[in-house]
Design a protein around this ligand. Structure first.
Ligand code: SF4
Length: 365
């Protein structure tokens, strides 16, 4: 029998495995805590386990490692970007995660896929194409490794790194439960946000799943929709999958999500000067934000090199980070939204200087 990845097992599955090994069920919790709270990097380091059980663990399981290849630190922001290597058989893949420390929050932005096949026009990950889904252990290991490397326990986690979480749904759900498990990291699910471009049927399924008894530890997970435009035509030109997932259908899904979960929605809105900042945009956004309790995060556009890795050179505008952050038209757009009583925040461009800001994550593979 091939050995199983012990970090990929839910607590319930680990309990079944331990019972199958003729060991008392409570040992599973001890092991789960060593893996998901103490973040041991070797089976040998699992604490308080008798020698006989330790031998059985070695015989039946392996503990994969996420190899840290590079840590890049921003000079302008309190942001670090982590490049990790994942070995899958003979293949090697690379993913990125970001730690953003600001306003007394330490937020880790994690990836759910290697690459992404949605292909959003503004996103470097989308230009990589799709390579593979991460399993639950590879998703949570990013948090544990960042914690180990920096000594910082995250206050918040956002599923906004490489990949579309809803296209890796089962692994995303499993990883959420691991991060919120009270015998593991025990992060309140209110402090976890999953971001999606929106797929018909999947947001409502997410709402239904969050309400299931077995998912009660994650019932308060927040949802963010990558909106970027309230105009179907423009949205379709920047998010290819929105052709089949038109806004009226997505809005119905979001209403359903709120009615079921009572969790507020966040809309992510990349500001494209002259494209999605008209008075009609302001009116449509105002109407949308009245639909369910929600807020709008405006994100400055972070230029990327479509051949990857030369972020600020391509568009020949806003090369200077300070200019990027002090665009008068952007602030005028925000003021017009506030006039309409829209709850709007300007998301910081933390990490833009190290290709770690929204839309900039990508690795050559
Ligand atoms: S923005 Fe998200 S969904 Fe779109 S290509 Fe990038 S990773 Fe994929």
């Amino acid at each position: 029998m091939p050995k199983k990845n012990i970090l990929n097992l839910s607590l319930e599955d680990l309990e079944k495995e331990i019972i199958d090994l003729n060991e008392p069920k409570f040992r599973a919790k001890q092991i789960f805590t060593s893996l998901h709270k103490k973040n041991v990097t070797s089976i040998n380091d699992i604490s308080a386990v008798p020698k006989v059980l330790m031998e059985k663990l070695h015989g039946h399981f392996y503990l994969p490692s996420l190899k840290s290849v590079k840590v890049t630190e921003s000079e302008k922001f309190n942001t670090k970007k982590f490049l990790f290597e994942i070995s899958a058989g003979k293949e090697k893949h690379f993913i990125e995660s970001v730690l953003i420390s600001e306003n007394e929050r330490d937020t880790i932005c994690i990836s759910t896929q290697v690459g992404c096949n949605v292909g959003c026009e503004f996103c470097a990950t989308g230009k990589m194409g799709f390579k593979k889904n991460l399993d639950a252990s590879e998703i949570v290991a990013q948090v544990y490794e960042v914690k180990r490397l920096t000594g910082i326990t995250p206050t918040n986690i956002v599923y906004m790194g490489m990949g579309e979480p809803f296209l890796n749904y089962d692994n995303m759900m499993e990883s959420l439960k691991m991060l919120a498990n009270e015998d593991g990291l025990a992060l309140s699910s209110k402090r976890i946000t999953v971001s999606t471009v929106g797929f018909k049927g999947k947001i409502s399924k997410f709402a239904d799943d969050l309400l299931k008894e077995e998912n009660k530890s994650i019932k308060n997970v927040k949802l963010a929709l990558s909106l970027h435009s309230t105009d179907n035509g423009l949205r379709e030109s920047i998010i290819p999958t929105s052709v089949k997932n038109r806004l009226p259908d997505i809005y119905k899904e979001l209403s359903y999500f709120y009615q079921k979960t009572k969790n507020k929605i966040t809309y992510e809105y990349i500001y494209f000067e002259g494209l999605n900042d008209t008075d009609n945009d302001v009116k449509r956004i105002e109407k949308l934000l009245k639909m369910v309790p929600s807020n709008l995060n405006i994100i400055p556009f972070h230029p990327i090199d479509f051949e990857l890795r030369k972020p600020l050179d391509v568009f020949n505008v806003k090369k200077d980070i300070n200019k990027l952050l002090s665009n008068k038209k952007l602030f005028d757009f925000i003021a017009r939204l506030k006039n309409e009583k829209v709850i709007v925040n300007l998301r910081s461009s933390s990490g833009v200087d190290i290709n770690a800001a929204c839309g900039q994550l990508a690795v050559k593979n």
